[in-house]
Write a new protein. Sequence first.
Length: 94
Amino acid sequence: MSDWLVEETVLYVNGRVWAGLGTGEQSSIAVTGSRLAATGDESALADRFPRARRVDLQGRTVVPGLIDAHSHAIRGGATWTRELHWDGLHTRDA
């Protein structure tokens, strides 16, 4: 397989990863291309993905799949000041 076809795996480590109900909180996440590959502790993921690039989350919280890129233009404009806005939100304080 050509190198240009291989998707990079990135380990996001030293964080607080919540991947859904019943999964518990993990410290690391592996992402291959644009897909969640695994969650777990850093050493287990490093063993599983030895060539992966690492990114230190420095204790930040990650919620994979929290994507909501749609809007309801008329209602959104009418209720903008009463809506929850995610912009400017970086992390949750422990």
